[in-house]
Ligand binder design. Structure first.
Ligand code: SF4
Length: 334
């Protein structure tokens, strides 16, 4: 046996069908959101009505899996009732934890539903012990989802100085480390990642054939990439477009289309005190969810048993078959 406690595997569920798939593939918990602007993945075709979430909670609980409700976008003045109702509905449905980013919503949960388990979303951007302890002391937060800007030794230092659990992203999409603070999409589309829950909405994406059988990708009025014939391309977000700058032509000025993959770092993360491993991807297909969750289930179980897992399948599931360990090893930005 290994020297660390087996962590919770926290998996994405964009739809009721994805939730069932993740649970059946071995998720310890799934995270999901209501339809509407209250969560950070407010895409058409995704998310849950109250009735769907009720059924899904029952399904998960029957299989000993937990359901975490992400209510983690930022309400604006005059619209807070929508967020409060989502919290009330989640509590009524017996959700295992509410994931909150906005400090006002944290206060609302703590005061209105003091027995409800509360997690602090990555969107809150709390990365120092002082910030995290503030939420723990004031709002009884039980877990913090750390921004993807910390190294393993930094996570260990945070762990040693806080009084709540740590959840860390280990696989999936990686942005430019602007957790909860990215305004790129607002600039181009007028729709906010932080307040509307939408980055690079499909309604604003357009592909124009060019003269060389390629495609120019547009978001709003801006060309953000040119894709050659036969080239693979991910979903067009602004941070992963190719641009001409004063110094260089046609390159990924912010970030490459690449996936975070920390599988090899799992033992280090567990030793550092991470107790929940989060897989990104509520917008992904059921086939993807099944493959990634199963592979991580096997990897976590193998590491926890002191064995070495085979992770080749996970590499095949990365965006463009390219992986990074982000700020943990590969990137200099933070
Ligand atoms: S533009 Fe990139 S960094 Fe900003 S919210 Fe979208 S995916 Fe994240």
């Amino acid at each position: 046996m290994s020297e660390f406690i087996k962590p919770e595997l926290v998996c994405p569920a964009g739809t009721p069908a994805s939730l069932r798939t993740a649970v059946d593939a071995g998720a310890d918990s799934v995270y999901c959101g209501f339809k509407g602007p209250t969560n950070a993945r407010n895409f058409p075709g995704l998310n849950f009505t109250k009735a769907e979430l009720s059924e899904s909670v029952k399904y998960a609980h029957d299989k000993d899996a937990m359901v975490l409700a992400a209510i983690n976008s930022f309400p604006t003045a005059g619209r807070t009732d929508i967020w409060k109702k989502s919290v009330d509905d989640a509590v009524e449905l017996g959700i295992d934890a509410v994931i909150i980013a906005d400090i006002g919503m944290a206060k609302y949960v703590a005061e209105t539903h003091p027995d409800q388990r509360l997690h602090l979303s990555v969107q809150a951007g709390a990365s120092s012990p002082e910030a995290i302890n503030f939420y723990v002391e004031r709002f009884n937060v039980k877990r913090v989802v750390l921004p993807r800007i910390l190294t393993v030794p930094e996570i260990k230092r945070v762990h040693d100085a806080i009084d709540c659990e740590i959840e860390a992203f280990v696989f999936g999409n990686i942005g430019m480390m602007a957790e909860g603070r990215c305004s790129l999409t607002n600039y181009v589309t007028g729709i906010s990642t932080n307040m509307d829950g939408v980055c690079s909405p499909a309604s604003h994406v357009d592909y124009e054939p060019d003269e060389e059988d390629g495609l120019t990708t547009r978001l709003g009025d801006f060309a953000i990439d040119c894709i050659s014939c036969g080239e693979t391309a991910g979903y067009p977000t602004i941070c992963k477009g190719r641009y001409d700058t004063a110094h260089k032509k046609n390159y990924y000025a912010f970030e490459e289309p690449i996936s975070l993959n920390l599988t090899r770092l799992l033992p280090d993360l567990m030793r550092a005190g991470v107790t929940a491993l989060k897989i990104e991807g509520r917008q992904r297909s059921r086939a993807y969810i099944r493959s990634v969750v199963s592979a991580f289930r096997d990897a976590v179980d193998a590491y926890a048993a002191g064995d070495e897992p085979d992770i080749t399948e996970l590499i095949a599931l990365t965006e463009g078959h390219k992986e990074t360990q982000g700020a943990f090893k590969s990137k200099s930005w933070r």
